[in-house]
Design a protein around this ligand. Structure first.
Ligand SMILES: Nc1ncnc2c1ncn2[C@@H]1O[C@H](COP(=O)(O)OP(=O)(O)OP(=O)(O)O)[C@@H](O)[C@H]1O
Ligand SMILES: [Mg+2]
Length: 552
């Protein structure tokens, strides 16, 4: 983290100022955001008395040297912006240099911090806004902030605090909200010595959601992913079966920052309008990535709201995406999806098939292909309709992922190396991406300033269209490297490659080809959805058939 400086008054005056410390949960939010800005990979939060007695947030981020630790407690002292122009392109959570001094003015605050360097750590003790003690202290790399006796010198504010249980619940909500957007970062929250939230570092938002809402609810979350112009939308939205009595679990993030935005929430409501009874609300995690010029985050003192330059476009994109995702989930509900009762974690290949009495020795009989796009197959207890592209994609995806982790992806050497023109941004991420690309079977090297050379590609991949594919992969890398870990990248690369390599819809298949796809699918770990989360197969059970034909 760069050095801290006091903002010049004309910059400070342009910041949406105001009270940032409304209640204990706001302290927790500010301290966690500082930890994230400092690059922490683990954040531990401990509270007592609903946060009024103690809030302690410990991180393993960059830490501060003595001088910065002192400056951090001054008003408008920040390392995150310098000039008024910087307000237009904010990429950190903090930018006002207000949080720590505001908190310190209404509590006793201890700051323990170290950069892990030879100068050692520092302790700063502040009471009612005045520095009382500064001394060397030992602390591992990172920062711990302890806030005691919140609002003791502000009785009016203290009076407004609700019960300990309510304030603790608000704190847990804040921690969960932030944790949802940062799956790779571990969060632990304890209250009164009891652990109330534990979210270990994981690879995907879905895994993180499982830690937050429980694995059974998480299984009802449908992934979404779209991009339109300068806006990218990803996230998870609940199938109608998962709903709540309040809209609290409708969570929106803009460039990683949790916010409320009326129009987006409207769009969510619109999308679920016919699917949920009145007074019920879905669970959604929407992650909007927009260019910083497209959104103003400096409009609300607690940074809880943002203003979009083109709110209509955002609204439209959210609505359309949700409607699409929910529509594709509906037929499965009508047709009793095979996933019913199958836990998310079916770790070994084949475990799923055995669960259902469809072991490997008993292949499904493929019956026919419908419209060159769907495979009809007979299972012992019903009829399956398989989307051939989605099924093949799932099979290839899992194979690629498995082989890549074991570093044994089958490769094909191109007869003539292919050269691909790339943009400066794509070229710049190549170095970072090349290891992941390599493990997935691509050998790609820079070849001059704006050209890449591809020597080897995964054997499953058709050679046509490689140029386009590699460009797409680098773009994905660019888009995601800031936010997610290598696993997410591996997933993206494997799913993109699988999508390109899989048989397409409207493609006639031989009998053996259909049998192969269905047999492989039955051995997949997650045969129900394609890597993008769309359904792979529908099942009409014998029982359903007999009911429909009134034989029962
Ligand atoms: N946990 C931390 N680890 C490392 N540095 C920190 C930490 N917390 C605060 N700092 C440093 O102290 C400065 C002041 O923090 P503070 O939260 O008051 O302001 P800010 O984050 O810059 O802006 P905002 O008021 O919008 O949060 C930060 O800019 C940062 O340099
Ligand atoms: Mg801050």
């Amino acid at each position: 983290m760069g050095a801290i400086r006091v903002l010049e008054p004309h910059v400070a005056n342009q910041i949406a100022a105001g009270e940032v410390v409304e209640r204990p949960a706001s302290v927790v939010k500010e301290l966690i955001e500082n930890a994230l800005d400092a690059g922490a990979s683990r954040v531990e939060i401990e509270v007592r008395g609903g946060g009024a007695d103690l809030i302690r947030v410990a991180d393993d981020g960059s830490g501060m040297e003595r001088e910065d630790a002192l400056l951090a407690l001054e008003r408008h002292a920040t390392s995150k912006i310098r000039r008024a122009e910087d307000l237009k392109a904010i990429t950190t959570f903090g930018f006002r240099g207000e949080a720590l001094p505001s908190i310190a003015s209404v509590s006793s605050l201890r700051l323990l911090t170290s950069t892990g360097g030879p100068t050692g750590g520092t302790l700063v003790q502040v009471g009612a806004g005045r520095v009382e003690r500064v001394e060397p202290a030992s602390h591992p790399r990172g920062t711990t902030v302890e806030v005691e006796h919140l609002f003791q010198n502000a009785p009016a504010r203290r009076k407004f605090l609700r019960s300990q249980a309510t304030e603790t619940a608000r704190i847990a909500d804040v921690v969960g909200t932030i944790a949802a957007a940062h799956p790779a970062i571990a969060f632990i929250l304890t209250s009164g010595g009891r652990q109330i939230l534990a979210a270990p570092s994981v690879g995907t938002c879905r895994d993180r959601a499982a830690a937050l809402v429980g694995p059974q609810s998480a299984a009802l979350l449908l992934p979404i992913e779209t991009r339109e112009g300068a806006i990218r939308l990803t996230g998870l939205v609940s199938a109608p079966a998962l709903n709540r009595s309040t809209s609290r679990d409708e969570r929106l993030y803009v460039n990683g920052r949790p916010v409320r935005e009326r129009r987006v929430l409207h769009a969510v409501q619109d999308a679920y309008a016919t699917l949920l009874p009145r007074g019920r609300y879905p669970v959604v995690y929407l992650f909007l990535e927009v260019r910083s010029g497209e959104v103003d985050v400096n409009v609300h003192p607690a940074k809880a709201e943002v203003r979009f330059l083109h709110p209509g476009a955002v609204h439209g994109l959210v609505r359309r995406t949700l409607v699409g995702a929910l529509r594709s989930s509906r037929p499965t509900q009508m047709l009793a999806p095979l996933s019913q009762g199958v836990s998310e974690a079916a770790p070994q290949a084949g475990a799923w098939a055995q669960d259902r009495g469809l072991d490997d020795r008993l292949p499904l009989a493929t019956l026919a292909q419908f419209r060159d796009s769907y495979i009809l197959a007979a299972a012992p207890d019903g009829l399956l309709i398989v989307d051939q592209h989605a099924a093949h994609e799932r099979v290839l995806y899992e194979r690629l992922l498995r082989d890549s982790l074991a570093r044994r992806v089958e490769r094909q050497r191109l007869l003539l190396p292919l050269t691909v023109e790339v943009t400066a941004a794509q070229r710049a991420v190549l170095e970072e991406a090349s290891e992941t690309l390599e493990s997935l079977g691509f050998t790609v090297a820079a070849f001059g300033e704006a050209v890449l050379r591809i020597d080897e590609v995964p054997a499953v991949l058709p050679v046509e269209d490689l140029e386009h594919l590699v460009g797409e992969l680098l773009d994905e890398f660019l888009e995601w490297r800031k936010m997610e870990g290598v696993d997410r990248l591996r997933h993206l690369i494997a799913s993109t490659a699988a999508c390109h390599a899989a048989v397409t819809a409207r493609h006639p298949l031989q009998n053996e080809e259909m049998e192969r796809i269905v047999a492989d699918l039955m051995l997949a770990e997650s045969p129900m959805t394609c890597p993008h989360g769309r359904p792979v197969l529908l099942r009409l059970t014998l029982d359903q058939l007999e009911r429909e034909f009134r034989r029962k």
